[in-house]
Design a protein. Sequence first.
Length: 349
Amino acid sequence: MGKLKFDRASIEGAMDRIVDRTKRMDMSWDWPCGVAYYGIAEAYEITKKKDYLDFLKERVDELIELGLPVWTVNTCAMGHCLITLYEATNEDAYMDIIRSKVSYLRTDALRFGDQVLQHTVSAGNDFPEQCWADTLFMAAFFLLRVGIMTKDEELVSDALNQYYWHIQYLQDEKTGLWYHGYNNITKDHMSGFYWGRANCWAAYTMSKVGLLLPECYLYPQFLEIVGSLNEQLSALKLLQTEQGLWRTLLDDEESYEELSASAGIAAAMTLKGNPLHIKYIEKSITGVLSHVAPDGRLTDVSGGTAVMKDRDGYRNISKKWIQGWGQGMALAFFAAVLNYENVAGDGAL
């Protein structure tokens, strides 16, 4: 594997600033917090900085004491930091909540077709028979991690099934890019745009599967993931801007560059470990670092985005405010960069 060139001090300094700024955010138990705290957990795993873990524990314990919400696909995103906390502390309270989330996803979460998880953001039937790329991060990746941690093959199988069907429904075989969502009732991709952050959710979580799943090559669905990711990254590298970033609508030159998608896509390339991607990763390091404000806010991150009705719906989403998913994906990217030489990728697959 080729050598990735970067300044470690700059990366570590940016991570410290991002974590410090994220600490000041008043986020509740939902997906913005889940992605942000996942990023802090990833930063902790790579740097082993105790203050990162101490903050996670203090804030998560406070949120638990305040009371947990009704489970949805989106609220399951908080399960990622619980895995880190349980592995670091061995406290049963974290595992109890993890099991509760898993039970919800297994038995109560709305599904359609071949047991595909319907994307949900509330206790209601938000988007009937719709699958969104977001679900891969919020739920499928979480199920996979818990299945691996607990050696539960049924959970692993369910998680891989989610990946398999999301690939079938959401990836355009002609371009390699991912649509935001699919409506199983109308059998279409609704507005049908290649949204940047949808591609981030897909690419990032798929790049993690081969690194986490023991003997991954023995699972037929994993080979589908490898093929999907290879095609996606081959397409995405051609859409990288001169600044090393990606646009909120990937193939729309009038759409703004969006940093959460850019960080997640760059992280996927980094984790994949393909030496042909090094020049693109290095451009992304420069691009993402240039958007870390002195106070640690990742700038130019789009707000929460449903499957919008038209192109302008995506173009006009505000990117003015700090967002947990931007903080989290920037940390995940920088953690992957710091760990680049230790990443095995999926070898010849």
